[in-house]
Design a protein. Structure first.
Length: 203
């Protein structure tokens, strides 16, 4: 899993409440268990017509937002089904951070497990960041300091909170497998003892 420390990047405004996981990655793209190749399906029904024609005014089609690494949105982001393909699609597009007023719990947890930082900020703060983003300003997100600030911002940086364990995992690129591998020596010692105590199980 990619680690997350701090990024300064383009932020794409998507000022919509209740963005559900089917909007993020429609069901027809769920036939793979690979985490790559999903960016073309990201927000597919908002980016393309039924006939497959590009909807040119969709934010992620337009420069510089087609290279955004931060997404700004409304309340209850990631609601709907628990599909893990939703954070996979965002990450495959290049989105490393989603800033919203609130998140659905399962999507929020899945973000941390896949190297995406979900940040909760008040509507007013997101509105100010959106104005800066539309004005061509990049946004800096610093996980260690737990701050968000727009380029050239005169007011203090916006503060957010992240549970310490999740912060540790994200900063060190540790998913569930990575956490287990941190205990590899202890696991090897345990397995060695078990082979001595119950050799018939290792036969």
């Amino acid at each position: 899993m990619l680690s997350f420390n701090a990024i300064t990047a383009i932020a794409a405004p998507l000022p919509i409440d209740n963005v559900d996981t089917d909007m993020i990655i429609p069901k027809q793209f769920l036939t793979t268990i690979k985490r790559t190749g999903l960016k073309d399906g990201l927000f597919y029904e908002m980016r393309y017509t039924v006939e497959g024609a590009k909807i040119n005014n969709f934010i992620l089609h337009n420069a510089p937002f087609d290279h955004a690494e931060i997404l700004l949105s409304g309340s209850n982001f990631g609601c709907g089904s628990s599909r893990e393909h939703a954070p996979w699609a965002l990450l495959d597009f290049g989105i490393r951070c989603v800033i919203a007023e609130s998140f659905a719990d399962i999507f929020f947890n899945n973000c941390f497990k896949n190297g995406i930082l979900p940040i909760v900020l008040p509507k007013e703060s997101i509105g100010e960041l959106t104005s800066a983003a539309k004005g061509g300003k990049k946004i800096t997100v610093d996980l260690e300091k737990q701050t968000v600030v727009a380029e050239g911002q005169n007011t203090p940086a916006y503060s957010f909170t992240t549970e310490p364990f999740r912060k540790h995992c994200l900063m060190n690129g540790l998913d569930d497998i990575g956490l287990t591998l941190e205990k590899l020596n202890e696991i090897s010692v345990y397995e060695g003892k078990q082979k001595q105590l119950t050799p018939w199980l290792a036969a």
